[in-house]
Design a protein around this ligand. Structure first.
Ligand SMILES: Nc1nc2c(ncn2[C@@H]2O[C@H](COP(=O)(O)OP(=O)(O)O)[C@@H](O)[C@H]2O)c(=O)[nH]1
Ligand SMILES: [Mg+2]
Length: 426
């Protein structure tokens, strides 16, 4: 009896030990396996030898960084497939979206940039990510008139929490259209240089302004989206943004959002308003009923006061630019040649269009973001807003309520309540 009981104990112990050893084996295999296929570490550290992009191949009108694994909910099979393809860092699958994915709207950040803008742009991206996008993981489209370098793709995609996409601008959208008289355009550049007008003698700046006015929203890579946020190099975001600004725009029927507005340098747009007035006369069907003409003209459209939204920051609907009204307006401006014979900026062009083609309550002033692009600051003057959103800026430097700002007028024409104490920051 005694020995059969101890035998039974030995057998029970042996079975238990076997189970324990089995569990240990499974667990150790499991962790080894996970480490090996972890896309976050594996892919990031492994740039492609040929620099090609997983899903888009060559950079033509647009190449997309492959994100199929993350898009499919990160299933291991898909992740394995990607790691087997030796994809470049630019194509790495991204972190899980912080926000509920089904609540997200079709939106992206967009930056027009040169390879040489990399370091200045990285600072901007980091701030946008830290203050907003790490919670929402929206995509980021980069556009360039030259192919992006592998370094540009690798470094930017390491900082952006959403999918990164890199597009080449078709040459005909970044060159002189055939109807432009080269001699006349060259003469303008020379005269503007003599007058000391900023970027007055620059060809590339003019291509940039024309591109931002008439083409970025037509780029193949932008076709996946309804809203965008434009980000330039060397900007600052001063406050936390805890809500989804794109969804907010969509839910509130907003089509154009800005942070800073001011009058344009008149010498760069001597005939822009004449051409616009002719367009209005010939296309009355395109002008919105409850428009914001009052903001851009003090004499009911006779003259332009120069007020424009500073377009280096824009959160806006792509449908605005894709509308028949805007396409017709851009076509008229482009045929006129003022992007080259003068130096029309995309800021007044976008602003005039938004003021004329939208209902005025579709335009929104982001008073809570906190923004800087040399040399102007937007810093919420309301202490409550600054504390709530953890802003790091000096309200004394805020441009919103200063004499030269057009945002005061924006409040007036829209009958908006001004923040408490605004008069202390004029
Ligand atoms: N690809 C490309 N981007 C440009 C060029 N010139 C300007 N940009 C971009 O266009 C935007 C406006 O240019 P920026 O130099 O910031 O002009 P500013 O803000 O008016 O002084 C920025 O996002 C630049 O990176 C260019 O020649 N090529
Ligand atoms: Mg800039």
């Amino acid at each position: 009896m005694g020995s059969s009981r101890s035998n039974a104990r030995i057998i029970r112990f042996a079975v238990f030990a076997l189970i324990l050893i089995g569990c240990g084996f499974i667990l150790s295999r499991g962790s080894y396996y996970n480490a090996d296929v972890n896309p976050g570490t594996n892919l990031q550290a492994k740039p492609a030898s040929d620099g090609s992009i997983a899903s888009g191949g060559e950079q033509n009108a647009g190449s997309v960084s492959g994100d199929s694994a993350a898009g499919n909910g990160g299933n291991v099979q898909a992740e394995l497939q990607i790691s087997n393809q030796n994809v470049p860092a630019a194509a790495k699958p991204k972190a899980e979206a912080g926000a509920n994915k089904k609540d997200k709207v079709k939106a992206t950040f967009v930056s027009l940039a040169r390879n040489s803008d990399l370091n200045s742009l990285l600072g901007s991206i980091r701030q946008v990510e830290d203050r907003f996008n790490h919670k929402f993981n929206y995509d980021w489209v980069f556009l360039n008139d030259k192919p992006f370098s592998d370094e540009f793709k690798e470094v930017t995609s390491a900082v952006v929490s959403g999918t990164t996409k890199y597009g080449l601008i078709p040459e005909e959208q970044w060159s002189f259209p055939p109807w432009i008289d080269q001699e006349k355009a060259a003469l303008t550049r020379e005269q503007m240089k003599e007058k000391g007008i900023i970027y007055g003698d620059s060809k590339s700046y003019r291509h940039m302004c024309r591109y931002e006015s008439g083409f970025f929203w037509r780029h193949e890579l932008m076709m996946d989206y309804d809203y965008y946020w434009r980000v330039e190099p060397d900007i600052k975001i001063y406050c936390d943004i805890d809500y989804d600004v794109f969804k907010w725009m969509s839910d509130n029927n907003k089509a154009y959002g800005f942070t800073i507005s001011l009058p344009e340098y008149k010498e760069t747009i001597p005939t822009l308003w004449d051409v616009t007035k002719k367009f209005i006369k010939e296309n009355p069907q395109h002008i919105a009923k409850n428009n914001m003409m009052e903001w851009i003209s003090t004499d009911n459209g006779e003259t332009y006061n120069g007020c424009h939204f500073w377009s280096n920051f824009e959160i806006a609907s792509l449908k605005l630019w894709r509308s028949e009204a805007y396409k017709a307006y851009f076509e008229t401006l482009d045929k006129n040649g003022g992007f080259f014979y003068e130096r029309w900026g995309d800021a007044p062009v976008h602003s005039i269009a938004a003021a004329l083609f939208l209902q005025k309550d579709q335009i929104h002033f982001f008073d809570d973001v906190g923004y800087y692009h040399v040399p102007f600051h937007n810093c919420p003057v309301s202490k409550e807003t600054r504390l709530k959103n953890k802003c790091v800026c000096n309200p004394d430097e805020d441009f919103t309520w200063k004499g030269y700002s057009c945002t005061t007028k924006f409040y007036t024409v829209n009958n908006l309540p001004r923040p408490k104490g605004w008069e202390n920051f004029t």
